[in-house]
Design a binder for this molecule. Structure first.
Ligand SMILES: Nc1ncnc2c1ncn2[C@@H]1O[C@H](COP(=O)(O)OP(=O)(O)OP(=O)(O)O)[C@@H](O)[C@H]1O
Ligand SMILES: [Mg+2]
Length: 363
């Protein structure tokens, strides 16, 4: 049995954050050392351009999978994001949607099955429709993530979407599950946003992801620069939110190989954590998911040998370039308002080699 998991990101409602989720979830999984393929199943090809790939400059796309003129393997292109590959979208996909002569809901599945052993996760970014291509995506997938915008009418169409998923499950793909409903573009200052969150939680309970994606301008800016939020601004709320979503999904994914060293870190944290309050600055920036932590000097040594994946999964987000080999973690420090402690982690060949505690003065 393959270890890979195929997740379609779908909602026939437009502009709810499907593509933003597809790009940043895929990138986050890649950063956490999972091998990832993103399939852009939308004629708008936003996920393709959002990853800096210009569709008219690439010769292959998802269209070839539907025309069956190339193997799926031949349609994969590289991206700048680590461990992330792409099957680009194309405007020509809309012609296929319109002129289906021999409708075959298994077409995408057949293509995806031929390459899935190469990946830990395959993410499919769907178009805002419940047409032929999206139904193909549901047949190919193991799970669906449904992004909903925290606005009035969020529930609009959700019933239809859920019943479509149910019929696909019944007739074509008994293994299809709902991975979760993801609330997006949340703004806590807006009372109707809070109201929608409450309603969704009441109706859908466990189906709702614990992680909520906040409205954050870095997310839209990143896409317009053709990069994930992690390459654009790793210290942003959007980056924290999507990394947390990624961790939530990896936790749900029992098939993901657990690396033995990972167990050590929560234990260390328990032993060393002090009761700390977020400082007002952090709160103001809404970095609510960012976990400050405290270490006793002697515990640093225990982090030696851990991988980048284990560090992020267990300690939360770093404040600098995830691809670099020197990471900086802020350590909570209730004693001083003007000085901050940072733990510098130096990697060599992706493993912690050296650790240093530094105190920086804030001007
Ligand atoms: N959390 C967020 N904060 C701020 N802007 C966001 C957020 N999520 C998405 N956006 C912006 O909202 C717009 C719609 O998002 P996105 O393209 O991800 O939605 P979509 O569901 O894929 O749309 P479509 O249905 O057209 O494919 C984009 O301009 C995107 O940059
Ligand atoms: Mg989209």
């Amino acid at each position: 049995m393959s270890l890979s998991k195929i997740i379609a990101i779908a909602n026939q409602k437009g502009g709810v954050g499907k593509t933003t989720t597809a790009i940043n979830l895929s990138s986050a999984l890649g950063i956490l050392e999972q091998k990832v393929l993103l399939i852009d199943a939308d004629p708008q090809a936003n996920a393709t351009s959002g990853l800096g790939v210009i569709s008219k400059n690439v010769e292959v796309s998802i269209v070839n999978l539907f025309q069956v003129d190339l193997s799926a393997d031949q349609c994969i292109v590289e991206t700048h994001s680590p461990n992330l590959k792409l099957i680009p979208g194309s405007i020509k996909l809309s012609e296929i949607e319109i002129n289906v002569e021999n409708p075959n809901l298994n077409r995408l599945k057949t293509a995806v099955d031929s390459i899935k052993n190469q990946f830990d996760f395959i993410i499919i970014d769907c178009a805002p429709s419940l047409g032929y291509i999206t139904l193909n995506s549901f047949v190919a997938a193991d799970a669906v993530i449904i992004p909903v915008q925290c606005e009035f009418f969020a529930l609009d169409g959700l019933r239809k979407l859920l019943s479509t998923i149910k019929s696909i499950k019944k007739s074509f793909n008994k293994d299809l599950n709902i991975e979760g409903i993801l609330m997006t573009m949340f703004d806590e200052r807006l009372s109707h946003n809070n109201h929608v969150v409450k309603e969704l939680k009441k109706h859908f309970k466990d189906l709702i992801f614990k992680t909520i994606i906040r409205r954050n301008v870095s997310l839209s800016e990143a896409s317009s620069y053709g990069t994930s939020v992690f390459d654009y601004k790793v210290s942003s709320v959007g980056s924290t939110n999507y990394l947390n979503l990624c961790r939530e999904i990896m936790k749900n994914q029992t098939l993901v190989k657990q690396k033995p060293l990972g167990k050590k870190i929560p234990q260390i944290m328990k032993e060393t954590e002090e009761a700390v309050l977020l400082d007002p600055l952090t709160k103001e920036r809404n970095l609510d998911n960012f976990k400050p932590f405290a270490f006793k000097d002697q515990n640093f040594e225990m982090l030696r040998g851990c991988t980048k994946n284990e560090i992020i999964t267990n300690l939360g987000l770093v404040y600098n370039d995830l691809h670099s080999d020197i990471w900086m973690y802020r350590i909570s420090n209730k004693l001083s308002l003007f000085k901050k402690n940072y733990l510098y982690i130096y990697f060599y060949k992706n493993k912690v080699k050296h650790l240093k505690l530094r105190r920086l003065k804030l001007s």
